[in-house]
Design a protein around this ligand. Structure first.
Ligand code: SAM
Length: 283
């Protein structure tokens, strides 16, 4: 069954009375070359387990199941259950769990299903929750090796930008703290049904063995990063002072002790400078 063929998709969905829910980011792949490439670049192979988020019709799930030992897919839309039973019926190494990836007890689920197996995450993400999913996974202590994700092209540009460059944002810093981000390949909007308004890009986040810099209080560091990037037109001094409700003198003093210009903007700060600023902020 060619799951990327629009005729086949329409016939399966029609048979099961399924209609797309736009608010769930349901844009299903119709370009046959994308899922095999994602599975390969995502590290799905012998001996590996894969966590997929949002299997949809199962296009990527099938490719992952062909390559890896085991696939666990989490899908929010229960209406896809009869569809996935049909499309994945031939695979005995796939299990679909129905629930919200942001609300499930993922650590429990992964321990239960993967035991101590090495695993990777591979997903054509629902775009409306790209950042929360990335943050949830990176901040968890789940032992995955990499995240291979289809995201909007603009999000890929930001996530993979160097920290300290104009395109960097708070998410860039968070990703760079935990992982090395690489853009793998672009995917045009015409590769999906229904067609989204924007193009996409597949990226891979390879987990670092230890965070890029040492900070004593991670939560505090990320609070400062979010504040610093929260108001892009302001200097880091004004943004941090407003965002964290701190006296300007305290932030100015921290910048000085960190040997940073008083009027520097957050996007000019590299990882090491952000770490130094946090250390000197003493919050
Ligand atoms: N993997 C399929 C493909 O590539 O054709 C579908 C990808 S589609 C962009 C995103 C999928 O994520 C949809 O099936 C949607 O129902 C599901 N989804 C949306 N929000 C979710 C959530 N919070 N947790 C789990 N799955 C979710």
């Amino acid at each position: 069954m060619e799951l990327t063929n629009v005729g086949v998709i329409k016939s399966i969905l029609g048979r099961h009375g399924f209609s797309f829910t736009k608010s769930l980011g349901q844009n299903f792949l119709t370009n046959p070359s994308v899922a095999p490439k994602m599975a390969k670049e995502g590290g799905a192979g012998p001996g590996m387990a894969v966590l997929e988020i949002g299997p949809g019709l199962g296009v990527l799930t099938k490719e992952l199941a062909k390559a890896a030992d085991q696939v666990l897919a989490v899908e929010l839309d229960k209406k896809l259950e009869p569809v996935l039973k049909e499309t994945l019926g031939d695979f005995d190494n796939v299990e679909v769990v129905y629930g919200d990836i942001l609300k499930l007890d993922l650590e429990k689920l992964i321990n239960e299903k993967f035991a101590n197996k090495d695993f990777v995450v591979c997903a054509n993400l629902p775009y409306y929750i790209t950042s929360p999913i990335i943050m949830l996974l990176l901040e968890s202590s789940l032992p995955f090796k990499s995240l291979t994700l289809m995201v909007q092209r603009e999000a890929a540009d930001r996530i993979c930008a160097p920290v300290g460059s104009r395109q960097a944002c708070a998410l860039t810093v968070a990703v760079a703290y935990y992982a090395k981000a690489v853009k793998l390949f672009n995917v045009s909007r015409g590769s999906f049904l229904p067609q989204p308004k924007v193009d996409s890009c597949v990226i891979r986040l390879d987990l670092l063995e230890k965070p890029a810099i040492e900070v004593e209080d991670e939560a505090g560091f990320f609070r400062m990063v979010r504040a610093a990037f929260g108001q892009r037109r302001k200097t880091a001094l004004n943004a941090i002072s407003a965002g964290l409700d701190l006296p300007k003198e305290q932030v100015a003093e921290a910048l000085k002790r960190a040997e940073l210009a008083p009027n520097i903007r957050a996007e000019k700060l590299d990882m090491e400078q952000l770490g130094r600023l946090f250390k000197n902020l003493q919050i």
